[in-house]
Design a protein around this ligand. Sequence first.
Ligand code: 5GP
Length: 202
Amino acid sequence: MNNGILIILSGPSGSGKDTVLNELVKNREDIKISVSMTTREKRQDEIDGYHYYFVDRDYFERKISEDKMLEYAEYADNYYGTPKAPVDEMLSNGKAVILKIEVQGAEKIRKLYSDVISIFLMPPSMRVLEERLRARNTEDEETINHRLVIAREEMKKAPEYDYVVINDTVENAVAGIETIIKSERLKTARNKKKISEVINNV
Ligand code: 5GP
């Protein structure tokens, strides 16, 4: 993985992952967000190639069979997955790479990369989560209810993550993630080369 740090950020739909991540990467070249591929319909305010690569099921399945996906999962009747090549490249350039993925994808990544850092972004309450989903005004009632049921199940997996960040305000959530990245960069295991360079006067 070279000097890069691979980070999983999970949290239910409506937990505010996009808002928090957009704020986090502002003016930061050292943190990158992986752009996922999905078969879900593009929402009105979304940009292809920035929020997701929007593709059809045939294309997605071809990428799976060509082994081009680091992981993928089916979520609310759509495929979502992480293209492998860009993540490897960003890691080899020493970046902290954030995968914004749901809990099944997180489990797969943990098996592939033992030193991955996982963060669960929690809404402060179920009520706030529901309000946020409704305020987004992009999904119908049935989809919102479906997502709330999935959200509850996903949040039961939070204890499996290394860190939990409560998104009560964007500032607090961003500060939490920044602290995690800063501490991870200082871990002894990630600095063995530096230690021996100093000792050996390189
Ligand atoms: P949404 O439709 O709200 O954009 O995303 C639905 C869920 O899919 C979210 O929990 C999001 O984190 C997850 N997701 C987005 N991209 C990926 C991906 O590449 N892999 C996996 N496993 N989940 C993803």
